[in-house]
Design a protein around this ligand. Sequence first.
Ligand SMILES: Cc1cc2nc3c(=O)[nH]c(=O)nc-3n(C[C@H](O)[C@H](O)[C@H](O)COP(=O)(O)O)c2cc1C
Length: 425
Amino acid sequence: MATLSMTHIRTSNSPSGFSLSCSKKVYERPSRVGFKVFASETQSSSEPDLSVTVNGLHMPNPFVIGSGPPGTNYTVMKRAFDEGWGAVIAKTVSLDAAKVINVTPRYARLRASPNGSAKGEIIGWQNIELISDRPLETMLKEFKQLKDEYPDRILIASIMEEYNKAAWEELIDRVEQTGVDALEINFSCPHGMPERRMGAAVGQDCALLEEVCGWINAKATVPVWAKMTPNITDISEPARVALRSGSEGVAAINTIMSVMGINLNTLRPEPCVEGYSTPGGYSAKAVHPIALGKVMSIAKMMKAEFDSKNYSLSAIGGVETGGDAAEFILLGANTVQVCTGVMMHGYGLVKKLSLELKDFMKKHNFTSIEDFRGASLQYFTTHTDLVKRQQEAIRQRKAIKKGLQSDKDWTGDGFVKESESMVSN
Ligand SMILES: Cc1cc2nc3c(=O)[nH]c(=O)nc-3n(C[C@H](O)[C@H](O)[C@H](O)COP(=O)(O)O)c2cc1C
C-alpha cells in the first residue's frame, strides 16, 4: 500500500545568521525547508522500521552509498537504487574533469596475513584515486536521468572545487539544476587534490573552511553535508565550523592518509605505478575503530552545541555488517555510508546490512532507528572520571561486608540470619 512521505527542500539561500563567537549555545537552524510529497511503501508493522528522515530527506533505510566507485556512473547508481540502498552519494565532481588524471593500478589491499601472502581476509584498502574523471556534463545528464526515473529516491551529489567563490557558485548551480536532493562537500580528499588547494587542504584549515562553507551555504538551496577528513588532530573543530557556517550536516570519515606497504621482492611501495607510489587513502574494516573514535568526537560536540532535530551526522568507515552500522547509530549517526564494502561484496550487501540491523533491533526491542540513536554516547567520559568512578565502586563494594568477618562475631539471636548471609545459593 502506498503512503505519503514528505521530503524537505531548502527554499531560500539566506545566510545562516549563526554567531561564530558563541561556543556554549545550542544552535537551532533557521528553517529553510519546504516539502516535496512522495509515495513510498508502508513497512510491515511487526518488523523494526529502518526508515529515516534526515534534514527532510526521507530514506527507506539508513544505508547510503559513500562517494567513490560505487556511485561513479548512471549504471551503477541505478543498480544501487534497485538493490534498495537508502540513498546514493555520487562520485565527487568538479567543473573541469580534464584536470583530473588518474593512474592504474590505483588500489592496494591489506590482508590479515604476512606481507606478500595472497591468502587471508582483506582488512584494509588503499586508494590513490582522484575525484571523477568523467566530464561534468555527462555526470549532470546522468544525475537528471536518475532523478527522472527514481523521483522518490535520494540522490546526493558530492562536489569539490578550487579556492574560488565563482567556481563553487557555478558548480552548485549546475548540479542543483539536475534535481539532486542534497550536496555533500568533499573537504577531505587526502591525495592529489590538496596540491590544487582542494579537498583536505580546505578541511584541515578552519579559517579557509569557514570562508568556503560560507560561500557554499549562501548559494545552495538544498541541504549541505560537509565531509570531514580524519587527517587532523581534533576532527570536531572543522565539523563545528562547517555546521556554524550553515551546513545541515557533517559526514565522517574520508580515508586516512597511509602508505600501504613495501613489496619485499621488488622493494617498491604499493600501489606501484611505473616503479613509484604516493601516499593514499586507507579504508575498509581496519579503519572502523578509528572512524568510531572520530564520529564519537563529532557526535559529542554536536550533542553539546547543536539542536539534534535539525543537524545530521552521516558516519563512514569500514562498514560491512549491520552491527558495524548499529555501532555508528549508537554513537548518534543518522545515516551510515558504505564505499569499500560495496567494492568488495557488491550492491546486494544492503540486504545483509538491513537484515543484521533488524536482528540487532529485535534483540533489544527497538522499533525505530531513533529508539537507539545516540544511546551509547553517554558512556564516554574522561580518563580522570573513569578513575573516580572506579575508586567509588571499590569503596562501595568494600562497604558491603558479606557474612561474618570472624568466628567471634556469631551471636545467639541472629544465628540463623548470620548462617544465611554466608550461603551461596
Ligand atoms: C576507491 C575509492 C575512491 C573514493 N573516492 C571518493 C570520492 O570521490 N569522494 C569522496 O568524498 N570520498 C571518496 N572515497 C572515500 C569514501 O567515500 C569513504 O569516505 C572512505 O572510503 C571510508 O569508508 P569505507 O571504509 O566504507 O570505504 C573513496 C574511497 C575509495 C576506496
